[in-house]
Design a protein around this ligand. Structure first.
Ligand SMILES: *Cc1c(COP(=O)(O)O)cnc(C)c1O
Length: 381
């Protein structure tokens, strides 16, 4: 067993076009932030997700930071965010000295539970209290959040809806008010990540998506040091060096061409896990909803308890198989321990029992069978 190659959790899956486009950058000397691939990546990404505007940037975290700036989050402004997410969802709130309010998850999609959010906004409206500046919805692990009631509440109470779709490129709604629309295209701003472990990668990168041309323009401005047109170095506000390089964008263009294949591969991997793990004792496969189609970025199951989670991660690790917990809920970490909260019980349970399994687009049936047989063997011990 120890001689077999490691099976990673999620590694890049690059095709021939990636090499050609990157070589094209080298051949033409357009390796940095000037060059045709950035604009091409933005245009093709926008068309792919079905959004009018897309602005490329250095990372998903940078995209979320720009989103905070676009809606003007500042001291005293609350942004509600799930406690069960990657920490980069929430850090940009703190970059702008806003107040993150951590919200519990719901057990079907593991995403924001609309119930306490809608109830708290209604309570505040009735009491004449200030509403949050924004609700930051995360579509975790490739599954769409239950956005309809959240969007309705945001509309009613004048709260910005921001989507962190870093883990869910390609997930879409199939019924309800957003039927046919992809995650990340519904809120005021949607953010995507092209980090190495995500569905498509540019080595590192992100995208800001919006329907508002003024916001798109300002997003571009903020990512380019807030530099005004013209030759003089004139900057009219605090901006950032958050541009994506042409080299990275070349990878992005190539990866977008692969997207249908990547999504099909992920769907097949998830389908095989579902089928082969459904009846394994001590394990619950993820539940499906009938109103959205997931992108199956990471396949994650629930085991019985935290002890089983720890043990399985170790056992799989010893068999050279990378498995991981979902995310550590933000309220458990020092930076967010004192943040106000709307529940955490479901998030805690999911965090204690969640187990993400190798889900790379290039995962072979043989590798997947090795993951499954190792799991089954260890669960029987
Ligand atoms: C990956 C990720 C991010 C951050 O993206 P980077 O490109 O790594 O900066 C933000 N939110 C979520 C939910 C993520 O998974």
């Amino acid at each position: 067993m120890s001689e077999s190659a490691i099976i990673p959790l999620a590694e890049p899956f690059l095709g021939d076009a990636a090499r050609r486009y990157v070589l094209d950058c080298l051949d033409t000397n357009f390796v940095s932030s000037v060059g045709p691939y950035v604009e091409r990546f933005e245009a093709e990404f926008a068309a792919t997700v079905g959004a009018p505007y897309a602005v490329a940037c250095a990372s998903g975290t940078a995209a979320l930071h720009v989103a905070m700036r676009l809606i003007g989050v500042g001291p005293g402004d609350e942004v509600w965010v799930p406690t069960l997410t990657f920490i980069a969802s929430a850090n940009p709130i703190l970059y702008e000295r806003g107040t993150p309010v951590l919200v519990d998850s719901e057990p079907r999609t593991w995403n924001l539970d609309p119930e306490p959010i809608v109830a708290e906004m209604a309570r505040r409206a009735a009491a004449g209290r200030r509403q949050p500046k924004a609700l930051l919805v995360v579509h975790l692990l490739g599954r769409a959040a239950d956005l309809a009631p959240l969007a309705e509440a945001c509309d009613r109470y004048g709260v910005h809806l921001i989507e962190d779709a870093a883990e869910a490129l390609g997930a879409r709604y199939t019924s309800g008010p957003f039927a046919g629309r992809q995650v990340g295209t519904i809120g005021t701003v949607g953010c995507f990540s092209f980090n190495g472990n995500k569905l498509i990668t540019t080595g590192g990168g992100g995208m800001i998506v919006t329907t508002d041309p003024a916001l798109a323009k300002r997003a571009k401005h903020l990512t380019t040091q807030a530099k005004c047109p013209g030759l003089a170095y004139w900057h009219d506000e605090v901006g950032y060096n958050y541009r994506l390089t042409n080299l990275a964008a070349a990878l992005g263009v190539a990866q977008l061409e692969q997207l249908p294949d990547l999504l099909a591969r992920k769907r097949r991997i998830a389908g095989r896990y579902d089928q082969l793990l459904a009846t394994v004792p001590g394990m619950t496969i993820p539940s499906a909803v009938d109103w959205a189609a997931p992108s199956h970025w990471l396949y994650s199951v629930l085991v019985n308890d935290r002890e089983a989670q720890d043990r399985l991660i170790d056992d799989l690790g010893n068999a050279r198989i990378q498995a991981r917990p979902i995310w550590t809920p933000l309220h458990r970490m020092p930076v967010y321990a004192d943040a106000p909260r709307l529940g955490a019980a479901v998030a805690d349970d999911l965090a204690d029992r969640g187990l993400s399994l190798p889900s790379s687009a290039g995962l072979t049936d043989e590798q997947q069978d090795r993951v499954i047989s190792t799991l089954v063997r260890q669960l029987a011990v």
